[in-house]
Write a protein of this length. Structure first.
Length: 75
């Protein structure tokens, strides 16, 4: 137990669930700062949901999502 006063700080995290079109695979990831989804072959079409609600469909070679904590600028 700490001998000096301390403060607990809670930060929101990002939960990313990737579902493939074939319906067979699903991957879950947690992120504190950001998450980048990139294509290794061509472009992607990504349907993004926030809290179960459809947000937007994005097309491109990748997508970077950030929490309020901010990006590390790695992308």
């Amino acid at each position: 137990i700490a001998k000096t006063p301390y403060q607990v700080v809670e930060y929101p995290i990002l939960e990313v669930i990737i579902r493939h079109n074939d319906g067979g695979r699903e991957a879950r990831y947690l992120a504190l700062n950001e998450c980048t989804v990139k294509s290794i072959e061509g472009t992607l079409v990504m349907d993004v949901e926030i809290k179960g609600q459809t947000f937007e469909t994005f097309r491109g070679d990748g997508l970077c999502m950030s929490t309020p904590s901010g990006s590390t600028a790695y992308n």
